[in-house]
Write a protein of this length. Structure first.
Lengths: 344, 344
DNA sequence: CTGAAAGCGCTTACAG
DNA sequence: CTGAAAGCGCTTACAG
């Protein structure tokens, strides 16, 4: 590679000062049109590369937004991130992604990295057990945070997520309306706000229908397709086997349906199955999966907008924005004696 | 937020120079043990945050590696990235992710960002139509590149991917061994090296078995679960409908199986279906999917290792490393008259 | 409309 | 083992 071209190289070649060149490249009206053109032309032909680190050191704006979630491979987060990405792109912010896999130290080290790089903001779905102090550390160091999907009490920042308790109560009520009285819950955990809220909605709906909650009918843990698949065996051995099951997420439901089919139990025929999230795959699954649309896109957009507002100077405020979920009834929950492969 | 603590703050408080503090924090043996301890203690209690931009401006090392692929949501890339992430984590490199969605300008703008941030290296699965000059631009500006999954001729850098032509010929031969003579190919495109190579393997295997390649039996395009689902309708109307189908990827195959089931055609019973990639889901799918393990983890590891070697000073070299794929036979391709829901 | 100069927060020879 | 000083490549008042 040839000699590196910097602002001063251009300035020298054109007989100008670096100040003028700097202003021109950022389209300042302070610089005469003709001068600006000469400068831009020179920058283009010389292969000049703007050094953002230097600029950022001076301005303490980096143009970087960090995004940290449990696992990007999970379509639930994927759909949120797509929305976040679109919003941030529009503001020409670079976004840096990280999976924490619910490992606090991994999340913490990402947080440190963002602090060290002088990121402008952070969007995160906090790992299980995230202390409010971690979030305040960021805020105290001029790194505004917006939370998605999960909440951390005492963090002092805004959170955006679906109304999980309400959404889950919708599905369970739907199953009750379909005539089911013995309904299991597969997946989730007490350790996340999402898990707690969804379980709460499940309990609420049962209670309202005068059905007792049976703790052994909540198979805790599964949160992925694979663990949903594995849970099928456990489910099939449940005492007084339930004739309906609602899952913590679509991924768990899809895995569970694979597992049940493998064991010869046909979802949508022998047993009613519901998911949660309404990921893209739910509608085309076999059978098409009844689920709850949880507004991932809206969550992503609102979180990104809120963060951008913070970057623009809006003060921090602890609040929770719940996006209203919607029930999507498909054939997995509406039992027929018919051939499961017939059109829905 | 209180006064910002920097190196000089610590130096002042302790009556030392910034040079000593800087060395101590990076564990230089030049600094006396006792001094080093005092310095680290002060850094800890004062909430000092290391400014990587400043350091990077001085050293021109950023500790950042950029990773750019078509779409992280695709489990195929997910598995590669997981391996890359593990390798880079070990070297304490921060990695910055980007989806290009095969949009050249999006990829180019990411490349510019990496250049501006002074990234240390780049791992990419180039977007369709990526000119070799884009990659040389990076290389010419001290940004070493390693390519995964796809190749760009004339780029002058190393590429890592599965041996797609060979792998595809394995599955097709397997179908032929199972007695099939009319085998369709669903998905992929001539525009990527992956698409071309997999189609080539399909053609090769047919030819070797003395079967004519019928262009109308290659349904080009689909590369996602959803488009695989949509392709089912098209497939079912193919002239002289084939009794076996091999797909560009597992995702396409899984979507196609949903679509076929929806239409009452049972994969693994009425028709043989194969995928490619052996993603995690393939083994638990219903029916379990015959596919080709394409060594995603190995691709990711080798690419990351090669990049790290480049960072350590190894010169660039245009070469292609092909990872040997392996056939994984499951029940989707072995037809039985039996109930498809019986154990595999 | 343009320029001279200071400074962002580090690291790195170079001295001692 | 520790310090004084220069410099990485920008931007930003401040002058003119």
């Amino acid at each position: 590679m040839a000699q590196k071209v910097k602002l001063s190289t251009i300035a020298e070649r054109l007989g100008l000062s670096t100040a003028t060149v700097s202003l021109a490249l950022r389209d300042s009206p302070l610089v005469a049109e003709a001068t600006r053109e000469r400068i831009k032309e020179e920058a283009r032909t010389s292969g000049y590369i703007y050094n953002r680190r230097a600029a950022s050191l001076r301005t303490s704006k980096s143009g970087i937004v960090g995004v940290c979630v449990h696992d990007i491979m999970n379509p639930f987060y994927g759909e949120i991130l797509k929305a976040v990405e679109d919003e941030l792109d529009r503001q020409r912010q670079t976004f840096v992604l990280c999976n924490h896999y619910d490992d606090l130290s991994k999340q913490r080290s990402f947080l440190d990295t963002m602090l060290q790089l002088g990121a402008d903001g952070l969007i995160m779905s906090p790992a299980i057990g995230t202390p409010a102090s971690d979030i305040r550390l960021a805020e105290d160091n001029d790194l505004p945070v917006a939370l998605i999907a999960r909440t951390v009490e005492g963090s002092g920042v805004a959170s955006f997520r679906g109304d999980d308790a309400y959404g889950m109560s919708l599905v369970v009520r739907h199953l009750i309306d379909e005539g089911h009285r013995s309904i299991a819950l597969v997946g989730g955990t007490e350790q996340t706000s999402t898990g707690r809220d969804r379980a709460q909605g499940y309990r609420d709906a049962l209670r309202q229908a005068g059905i007792d909650f049976r703790p052994e009918w909540w198979i805790q843990g599964p949160r992925s397709r694979h663990s949903g698949f594995d849970a099928a065996a456990e489910f099939l051995q449940l005492p007084g086997r339930p004739d309906a099951v609602v899952c913590f997420s679509d991924l768990v439901a899809l895995g569970l349906m694979y597992g049940l089919s493998r064991a010869g139990v046909r979802p949508g025929v022998d047993i009613a199955v519901c998911g949660y999230d309404d990921i893209d795959e739910a509608a085309i699954a076999m059978p098409p999966l009844t689920t709850v649309a949880n507004g991932q896109t809206e969550v992503g957009q609102r979180a990104a907008d809120a963060l951008l507002a913070r970057l623009a100077g809006q003060p921090a405020e602890e609040r929770l924005e719940l996006i209203k979920p919607e029930l999507r009834i498909r054939s997995s929950s509406v039992l027929r004696g018919a051939d499961p492969s017939s059109p829905a």
